[in-house]
Design a protein around this ligand. Structure first.
Ligand SMILES: C[S@@+](CC[C@H](N)C(=O)[O-])C[C@H]1O[C@@H](n2cnc3c(N)ncnc32)[C@H](O)[C@@H]1O
Length: 281
């Protein structure tokens, strides 16, 4: 029988309390999410995907590569309409992409930029469907960029380019921030807890009209109370992004109309995705 959201929340909460105690007693060190650590994490993940690239026949296979079980053999749960579900990780991932796709189509853009494009799976999926739009991926980790460009060649997708760049070096990519560009991020700013304001301030100064940030912004709901507590503790334990909601209201609301949507969706229930939509005033 499938777990309830509360029993899963309790399991996560116990795990996070244990982690907190270990950090407090100095048995486990608290990670400092800086560029060095991020590069190291994604280097390993993307190296493995590079080795498996031949096993993906289409961009769809490349996109939907989330296995039913995790590395430790545990079933992967996800969050769908605020309910815990198993075996639907890829479906949830697709639903989140379809939200981005809907905003992109409505924006009538000519260019699409993904901040932190990773191994390129989202952009390759979009680019294979929308040949008249030019897609640009900006990514810190070189192996990820090489992987994404190699995958684009393998799938013969020509309307996409991936660039290695650090999003805090805004001069490296500000040429892409035009009136005709739609920008989105998908779980990237969460990896930039102290530096996420740098790209957002650059976007604020640019002519870009629409930005969709799909990030695990903390949203509290009584129907998920235990899971939400675990989520909050996880953010602190893992040194993840905090404060994006406040920053947007304080610094961006003068320039953009802001919409914040609790999607009730998450590839990982403890790290669900929220939509922060910015539309130029
Ligand atoms: C969780 S992954 C998400 C990747 C991709 N958006 C996706 O949905 O598959 C976060 C990505 O952000 C990238 N990233 C983190 N900090 C960055 C920075 N300062 N500049 C550019 N990319 C960065 C990481 O290297 C990683 O590939």
């Amino acid at each position: 029988m499938s777990k309830s959201i509360h029993s899963y929340g309790l399991y996560r909460l116990k795990l996070e309390i244990k982690n907190l105690l270990k950090q407090f007693l100095r048995i486990q060190s608290k990670p400092k999410r800086d560029k060095l650590l991020i590069n190291e994490i994604y280097e390993n993940i993307r190296q493995q995907k590079f080795e498996n690239l031949d096993s993906f026949a289409t961009p769809k296979d490349y996109l939907f590569d989330l296995p039913y079980k995790d590395q430790d053999g545990r079933i992967r749960y996800s969050l769908l309409n605020n309910k815990l579900v198993d075996g639907k990780t890829n479906e949830v991932a697709l639903m989140i992409l379809e939200i981005i796709e809907g905003i992109m189509i409505n924006s009538s853009c000519e260019y699409v930029v993904e901040l932190g494009s990773g191994g390129g799976k989202n952009l390759l999926w979009f680019a294979s469907k929308y040949k008249d739009i030019k897609f640009i991926g900006l990514e810190l980790n070189k192996t990820s960029v090489d992987l994404a460009n190699t995958a684009a060649k393998k799938f013969d997708i020509q309307n996409v380019e991936f660039y290695q760049c650090d999003l805090t070096n805004t001069h490296e990519y500000k040429r892409f921030l035009t009136k005709k560009t739609f920008i989105y991020s998908h779980h990237t700013l969460e990896e930039m807890p102290r530096i996420y304001k740098i790209p957002l301030n650059e976007i604020k100064k640019s002519d870009v009209e629409i930005v969709a940030l799909l990030e695990p912004i903390f949203m509290f709901s009584f129907s998920r109370i235990i899971l939400d507590l675990a989520k909050r503790l996880r953010i602190l334990n893992k040194d993840r992004l905090i404060g994006l909601k406040k920053f947007s209201k304080r610094e961006l609301s003068k320039y953009f109309n802001i919409e914040l949507v609790d999607l009730g969706l998450g590839v990982k229930p403890e790290n669900p995705t929220t939509l922060l939509l910015l539309k130029r005033k």
